[in-house]
Design a protein around this ligand. Structure first.
Ligand code: HXC
Length: 510
């Protein structure tokens, strides 16, 4: 008996060693943790339960029958993050470069099936050379099996991908379907075709880092939602994000103890808006002053900075924030900001996370680049996302809400539940100067007349009261009271029930 138990321990030790000490040392020398070390950092201590530790591939081509590693290059199982359940897979680069075989894929599919059945999120730690070349189409089929599960799990359980090494070829499409992608700076990259193929096909010379590194995907392509300095920071930040999210689409997000006063008055907000209506101010300040303990987990911080998206808590409950940022492009909506915010709104709606919208938007960005790029279709994404969202929606207009952008930004007309405005709000079809130049075109040569018309227009429309008279604004509130008013609004909406007409699925303008 003792011998059998020892054999089990010996087998386990061998599996835990992955591709062997030499390859573990190489992994460490690149500043990377191993697959198992990453799981230890990510999950609560001692909570990890492993599956399929002894699974081995079945390939007999290219001498593969002599290269067997228990676990086959991916560690899978479940555990907890701050006591809440999560399924996890972590690819082991020390085993055949973390490449994905049919059996490796089977292990990932198994935990995904369990996650969907049991209603717990999936976190994938990706570090892989892609499809196991020796297996050919069997590996490709394995990828497709994973993709199919990513699709089925979408909107059912949150899915988070962390890219911690190479992720190339079709392998990128599994993370791409998940809700959030985070990358590690300087040690991870994602691309469909690598630098060599790019050189052959387009004659462009580009490094892997330039083509698909963390900086590229967080600032240019927006494929990734955030980038972190190293493995440890990435894993800690994923723990932080996880705490904001519900386990599945049938559960409310967790309510955490909070140490901030629910009646906190922020006098400084009364002077946040500059006297000059065209002067910028930092919308982060408002978000932080509303949030419990000033804690804001920002999503896509480095992309389309004219809009902010991310999570805060109000009285302990998760709230998704979408906010125009007057510091960048005057906070206008454009292709990138519309896409960024639309995806975020849809995530929140899918997972019952209430949405707070802070509005200071001068309209959509004009220009041929925008029109040729399809700003109509991309802007419609955000409009569609807000219009279909049934979660509690609270909106605060701090300053400008002009034109179509007024409608889009969670207006009353798109089923906003509470629509507040600060006294500094200007709700109009457009800015006063542009408006008078159109209405009084015949007076364009007379500067005095135009100035008088502009002043008149400003007096009539550069305020929140015309909208308030119509009930489009529920109440004009003091800036200093915004946290209290918004928190009370969300509290009153906890039992909100609203559903859309039956449909197979909608047809959002993709
Ligand atoms: C089998 C692989 C492998 C793969 C790496 N290895 N990738 N084995 N299949 N796809 C093995 C190597 O042979 C090596 O084994 C070990 O992993 C480590 O690889 P190195 O090359 O030594 O590491 P490094 O220098 O860090 O380079 C990593 C790499 C490179 C950039 C990922 O290995 C590479 O370019 N691999 C091939 C990538 C690729 O073309 N994959 C297919 C993509 S197409 P030893 O025994 O020497 O340690 C794809 C299609 C998916 O994935 C389609 C889905 C629809």
């Amino acid at each position: 008996m003792q011998n059998i138990l020892e054999q089990l321990e010996a087998r386990r030790d061998s599996a835990r060693l992955g591709g062997g000490q030499r390859r573990i040392d190489i992994q460490h020398s690149k500043g990377k943790l191993t697959a198992r070390e990453r799981i230890e950092v990510l999950l609560d201590e001692g909570s990890f339960e492993e599956f399929d530790m002894f699974v081995a591939h079945r390939c007999v081509d290219f001498g593969m029958e002599k290269q067997k590693y228990p676990g086959d290059g991916v560690v899978t199982g479940w555990g907890t993050i701050n006591g809440r359940m999560v399924y996890i897979y972590s690819q082991d680069f020390t085993v055949l470069g973390g490449s994905l075989s049919e059996t490796h894929a089977g292990k990932i599919c198994k935990i995904m099936d369990m996650a969907i059945k049991n209603g717990a999120p999936v976190i994938g730690l990706n570090d892989s050379g892609g499809a196991r070349i020796q297996e050919g189409v069997a590996a490709l089929g394995g990828y497709a099996d994973v993709f199919q599960r990513n699709v089925l799990a979408s909107g059912v359980v949150p899915q988070i991908s962390v890219i911690m090494g190479p992720c190339a070829g079709g392998a990128v499409y599994s993370p791409a379907i998940t809700d959030f992608i985070f990358m590690v700076k300087d040690s991870s990259y994602m691309f469909v075709t690598g630098p060599d193929v790019v050189k052959t096909v387009t004659n462009e010379v580009v490094t892997a880092e330039e083509l698909g590194g963390a900086r590229t995907h967080t600032t240019k392509s927006s494929v990734a939602d955030g980038a972190f300095e190293n493995d440890m920071e990435a894993l800690f930040e994923v723990r932080r994000l996880f705490d904001f999210l519900p386990l599945n689409n049938r559960e409310k997000p967790p309510v955490r103890p909070y140490f901030d006063s629910h009646s906190r008055i922020e006098n400084s907000l009364d002077t946040l808006i500059p006297d000059n209506a065209n002067a910028p101010y930092d919308m982060h300040e408002l978000v932080r002053k509303l949030a419990d303990e000033g804690d804001f987990f920002e999503i896509q911080k480095e992309f389309a900075k004219n809009i902010l998206t991310g999570f805060i808590r109000l009285e302990g409950s998760t709230v998704g924030v979408v906010a125009n940022q007057p510091m960048v492009l005057a906070g206008c909506l454009d292709i990138d900001s519309s896409r960024k915010a639309a995806r975020f709104v849809r995530f929140c709606d899918a997972f019952e996370i209430p949405i707070l919208t802070l509005v200071d938007v001068p309209g959509f960005l004009p220009g041929t680049t925008q029109e040729f790029g399809g700003v109509i279709k991309h802007g419609a994404k955000l409009l569609f996302a807000y219009g279909e969202a049934t979660v509690p929606k609270v909106t605060v207009i701090t300053r400008k809400a002009y034109g179509g952008a007024y409608d889009v930004m969670a207006s009353k007309h798109l089923r906003g539940d509470f629509n507040y405005a600060w006294p500094t709000a200007e709700i109009a079809v457009m800015g006063a100067k542009g408006a008078t130049e159109i209405i009084y075109r015949s007076d364009l040569g007379d500067a005095d007349k135009i100035a008088a018309h502009t002043k008149d227009y400003e007096e009539r429309f550069a305020n929140p009261f015309v909208a308030a008279e119509r009930g489009f604004i529920d109440e004009v509130i003091m800036p200093r009271n915004t946290r209290v008013r918004v928190a009370r609004a969300f509290a009153s909406l906890r039992n909100k029930q609203l559903s859309n007409p039956w449909k197979k699925h909608d047809n959002i303008p993709l």
